[in-house]
Design a protein around this ligand. Structure first.
Ligand code: MN
Length: 740
């Protein structure tokens, strides 16, 4: 034995170091596959996931090599090893109950962790956890018994430094490959899962620590007087509601449909003589719809999350990164679900076919005050039910019904679709639409997924009609942001100019050769449609954007918004200012498109002609500079509100701050059933009103649904205690890991 080279190697200091690195690497990689669902999607992601513990382990444990005295050096390495194991182990246990990783704030407030753990820790332990702890006992035993000898030789500092450098190098390689596979990984912060998958648990904690410190520093610099500037601005910019519309939808259910990546140009758009979205077109022109055709998205890097942020709060996203992920875990909100619950008794719910951790929704929704969040774990997520970003829309709507019908009315609900998401891929059987034949595959695919989304909406609307919900509901649809980017637009231009589409388009779109930044900007229009029996108004031409939706919606519901901090204005108000601020300081008014963020010194285009204006009159310069100042002021005040978390200093009259601890999205089926029993005859859910489930009223032609049939059936009757489905699902929830 003594002559075994491995055993001899282990008796050296570098040998002991290597053993610790190897063990830490193995247990971390083991945990990635067995205890967490990180959802590696391709070979590179698997490799990065397997190897990401190496760099940080070498780096961390190498600090023990700098101690001169052998015993101290060994003790230091072992201590770092034990601490790393404790961090890993705590994350595993926390993840089992919260499907989330420990953050700086959760660690600092140990009480909250304990609460997050909910059940006693003992029940969260599994037999294979022995591997995590067992080796430490063996290591200490081996050292004490002298099986592992402490190498008494001097270990030169320069060698220690070499080892640390190797660790740094491996880590940087890891980081570079990760950024290549997932660009903007650290700047956009899509999902905590992503950072752990690519860079590891240690890196996540450091990353989170840096972000938390930055946030705390900015917040500490704020005081109550900062909010006054904002209140002055928002009070001065409020406009009165339009009396013809105020309260028009009072007491109605609200059904919001988030049309993923859906642009306004698709409305009435034809490919090969066929309408791409015939159902949405009919809704757009319906006499019971209010439709907007100069409505723009205003998102930044946070895309979908920015759109949601504006729609729920009437506050902008951030100039860089994503407010939901960087600030959403602990910012104070006064958002639609809480306003409607407190003022009009609404129950609120979000339905979404992607994992709950994406964009940090599982935390943000609690701070916003959403009662329920049905994420992917509540749906059949077998591979054939999924598209790149979650449950296919047809299956998603069909399966949502069993939850929707249990909600107490009136409800405020949001359905976030996913099928029409880049790269716009559908399986053949879902895809009967004969699309365009441009040189750009993204463009061709886009029409197919948009068509699929349209069909899913038609099925959902048919259900709303036959179940009777349509009568009592205000349905609002909006496109969250562009689907085709500027680089796709030149391939799109000839289609926009085809005979089929030219007549239908209100926009003066250039041909490929003359394509300008003005044209790109015009394509940032997205749909906004309110639909309700008796809601008249037709197609509205006033310019507006996502920031304006919340006051518009709340006024339709008869809610006074004057006490709330909102950066938008009611689109239906006669005094609505037609000014759309983009996140990069560009803007569009009813007359001009101003690109460059420098007022009259920017590229200024005439909206009528699409021509760039080079000789501005003095009064034009004045007008444009004033608008620019307004845009800059609104964005910077919104940033200060977000970064400094200023709403914590202001509570509107009669508003009760939201307590996120009141919400838990893990056991919602049971919660719904308990509510139904508790209320008895007073239950106002559709299920209770009908006296039975409405799921049989749902009809879909989705080819997958024959297999998924069981999933659209109602949930078990009361008395049947099989409520474990959601819990089971949430634990086996697979993380989708594709790019967003
Ligand atoms: Mn989106």
């Amino acid at each position: 034995m003594k002559n075994n080279p491995v055993i001899r190697w282990l008796q050296t200091r570098l040998g002991f170091f290597s053993l610790l690195v190897l063990l830490l690497w193995l247990k971390t990689a083991f945990a990635y596959y067995v205890d967490f669902s990180l959802g590696a999607a391709d070979i590179l992601q698997h490799l990065l996931m397997i190897f990401n513990p190496v760099g940080t382990s070498v780096l961390l444990i190498s600090f023990g090599l700098y101690f001169k005295r052998p015993k101290v050096s060994y003790a230091a390495m072992l201590t770092i090893y034990i601490l790393s194991t404790i961090l890993l182990f705590s994350n595993i246990v926390y993840y089992r109950s919260a499907t989330d990783f420990l953050t700086f704030n959760t660690i600092l407030s140990a009480g909250k962790v304990a609460k997050g753990l909910g059940k006693s820790t003992a029940s969260l332990l599994q037999w294979h956890d022995v591997f995590l702890i067992g080796d430490i006992v063996i290591l200490i035993f081996a050292l004490v018994r002298g099986w592992l000898k402490i190498d008494q030789r001097v270990f030169a500092i320069k060698h220690a430094f070499t080892v640390t450098t190797v660790g740094v190098f491996v880590f940087l390689l890891n980081l570079t490959l990760s950024e290549a596979n997932r660009p903007q990984l650290l700047t956009r912060t899509f999902d905590r899962n992503y950072i752990v998958k690519y860079l590891g648990i240690d890196t996540f904690l450091v990353y989170d620590g840096v972000k938390t410190a930055q946030n705390n520093q900015i917040r500490a610099s704020a005081d109550g007087t900062d909010i006054n500037k904002i209140l002055n601005y928002t009070n001065a910019h409020q406009v009165p509601a339009n009396v013809n519309y105020f309260g028009k939808a009072k007491g109605k259910n609200v059904i919001i449909i988030h049309l993923e990546s859906f642009q306004q140009f698709l409305i009435d758009f034809k490919v090969n003589g066929q309408e791409v979205t015939p159902f949405l077109n009919s809704l757009y022109h319906d006499q019971n719809s209010l439709s907007f055709n100069n409505f723009f998205h205003q998102v930044g890097q946070g895309r979908t999350a920015d759109a949601e942020n504006m729609l729920e709060n009437s506050v902008f996203g951030l100039p860089e990164g994503t407010a939901f992920t960087t600030l959403g875990s602990d910012n104070t909100y006064q958002a639609a679900p809480a306003i409607l619950e407190q003022n009009a008794g609404y129950t609120s719910a979000v339905f979404h076919g992607n994992v709950g951790s994406f964009w940090n929704r599982n935390h943000v929704y609690k701070n916003i005050g959403y009662d329920y969040f049905f994420d992917q774990s509540y749906y059949n997520s077998s591979p054939d039910a999924m598209t790149t970003y979650g449950i296919k829309d047809k299956l998603f709507f069909a399966e949502s019904i069993k939850y929707l019908e249990q909600l107490q009315q009136p409800f405020y609900t949001k359905f976030i679709t996913v099928s029409n998401h880049t790269p716009y891929v559908l399986s053949k059987e879902d895809n009967p639409f004969e699309t365009s034949d441009t040189s750009d595959k993204t463009v061709n695919n886009y029409f197919q997924t948009a068509h699929y989304l349209d069909e899913s909406l038609k099925e959902f609307f048919n259900y709303l009609d036959s179940s009777g919900l349509a009568k009592n509901s205000l349905i609002m649809l909006y496109g969250d942001h562009y689907g085709l980017s500027s680089k796709n637009n030149t391939a799109l231009a000839p289609l926009l100019n085809s005979d089929d589409n030219k007549a239908a388009s209100d926009e003066d779109i250039q041909d490929t050769d003359d394509w300008t930044p003005f044209d790109n900007t015009q394509l940032q229009r997205v749909p906004l449609i309110f639909h309700m029996p008796g809601l008249k108004g037709g197609i509205q031409k006033q310019y507006g954007g996502e920031i304006d939706v919340l006051p518009t919606l709340l006024h339709l519901l008869g809610q006074d918004t004057s006490n709330y901090v909102m950066f938008g204005q009611d689109l239906l108000s006669k005094q609505h200012q037609q000014l759309v601020a983009f996140r990069n300081n560009n803007f569009v008014s009813d007359k001009y498109t101003v690109l460059g963020g420098k007022g009259a010194k920017s590229a200024v285009y005439d909206n009528q002609t699409g021509e760039q204006l080079t000789d501005l009159t003095d009064s034009q310069v004045d007008e444009i500079d004033k608008l620019q100042d307004q845009v800059t002021e609104a964005l910077s005040l919104s940033d200060s509100l977000n970064y400094k978390n200023l709403l914590r200093f202001y509570t509107p009259n009669k508003f009760v701050p939201v307590n996120p601890e009141n919400y838990n999205y893990l056991d919602q089926i049971n919660e719904l059933l308990n509510k139904r029993t508790q209320l008895g005859n007073a239950s106002t859910s559709l299920y209770s009103q009908l006296g039975h489930s409405s799921t049989s009223m749902y009809h879909t032609d989705a080819p997958e649904i024959t297999d998924a049939k069981k999933d659209i059936e109602e949930f078990p009757d009361l008395g049947d205690t099989s409520n474990s489905q959601a819990q089971e699902n949430s634990q086996t929830a697979k993380t989708t890991s594709q790019k967003k």
